[in-house]
Ligand binder design. Structure first.
Ligand SMILES: [Zn+2]
Ligand SMILES: [Zn+2]
Length: 351
């Protein structure tokens, strides 16, 4: 099998050839048809996440070479002896956020935030992902039926889709005048607009620094848009919403977006940080009780979230996001383009 692998953190990906593994036990071998390029791949490739103030969170535990890619769709080409009822040739998306199966998080069904030893496809040490011709899935329960959905999007829903869905789920029920603000309408944020529409029955507000992306968000159903680069936009949002958004989902996660989020969230509201751009925040502690706001995070989604999300997608409740296909051999260029902000929607690699 061929992989576009990280050989050295920060250095260009390289094509490597390794023996195609044979599935054992409950394993399922997929021939990869589509692998989405996600912004977190940029950080894995760099070898660290930026924590602000010059501090970095290194990925010291990932041994190289490592194959990234956690938005995977493919075809079953071989199964282990314990696997029943999975047909060779069947097409599935692969749930990548696999945990140890034994820790307190996993036992709650929250494998995506496993504390015992995650086995995330393309993200954890020793768990190669989809920037390759083949990928091994440890158990058929992680195979997701995407029905008649475009297979390239089937792949993209495994990260950007479930990330947006699970973040929106954390908003909870809305009051009659409550508004949700999607902050950052890149690939995942656009999914956020879609799921907000499907889950709350009305378009969310959208904010971004880019007029083109705001225009796209409006076309996708955002009820109002705000350019965070423009002076006074948070004030305008406050006025137009009668005191601010009930929930702000920050799909960027930078110091600037957090500042905008805290200026535009209503009393009693919540900020949910999803994006991993990086930075740090400081806030006077009395503001938490005075404003009764809560600030939380959301990291991808659970297997149940993924199945619920895919049910909505299969039912046609979620409009597709734009994407472009590129050959696997262009993985490196695709990452570079993503870093340079040259990508609208999703890039999906095709081995
Ligand atoms: Zn991702
Ligand atoms: Zn676990």
């Amino acid at each position: 099998m061929l992989s576009q692998a990280v050989i050295e953190f920060g250095a260009p990906l390289q094509e490597i050839e390794t023996p195609t593994p044979a599935p054992e036990g409950s394993e399922v071998l997929l021939k990869v048809h589509h692998a989405g390029v996600c912004h977190s791949d940029v950080h894995i490739h760099d070898g660290y996440f930026d924590l602000g103030g010059g501090n970095k969170l290194p990925m010291a535990n990932i041994k190289l070479p490592h194959t990234m890619g956690h938005e995977i769709e493919g075809e079953v080409v071989a199964v282990g002896p314990e696997v029943k009822d999975i047909a060779i040739g069947a097409r599935y998306a692969a749930f990548p956020w696999i945990g140890c199966g034994k820790c307190p998080s996993c036992l709650r069904g929250e494998e995506n935030i496993c504390v015992g030893g995650p086995r995330q496809l393309g993200c954890s040490n020793g768990c190669p992902g989809g920037y390759a011709t083949h990928v091994m899935v440890p158990h058929p329960k992680y195979l997701i039926d995407y029905g008649k959905v475009d297979p390239a999007l089937g792949a993209a829903y495994m990260c950007s889709g479930v990330t947006a869905y699970a973040a929106m789920k954390k908003v909870g029920p809305l009051g009659p005048k409550d508004q949700v603000l999607v902050l950052g309408v890149g690939g995942v944020g656009m999914m956020g607009v879609q799921f907000a529409k499907a889950m709350f029955g009305k378009g969310p507000l959208a904010a971004d620094i880019d007029e083109g992306r705001l225009e796209a968000a409006k076309k996708a159903g955002a009820s109002a848009t705000y350019n965070t680069k423009v002076e006074g936009e948070a004030k305008r949002l406050m006025a137009e919403t009668g005191g601010g958004a009930y929930a702000v989902i920050d799909f960027v996660g930078s110091e600037k977006t957090f500042a905008f989020a805290s200026q535009s969230v209503r009393r009693g509201g919540k900020i949910i940080i999803v994006g991993l751009f990086g930075g740090a925040m400081a806030m006077p502690l009395p503001m938490f009780p005075f404003r009764t706001i809560s600030i939380g995070g959301s990291m991808v989604g659970s297997l149940d979230d993924t199945k619920e999300m895919m049910e909505m997608v299969r039912a046609g409740k979620v409009d597709p996001i734009p994407y472009t296909k590129r050959p696997l051999s262009e993985a490196n260029q695709a990452l570079t383009d993503l870093v340079n902000g040259k990508v609208t929607g999703r890039v999906v690699l095709t081995p």
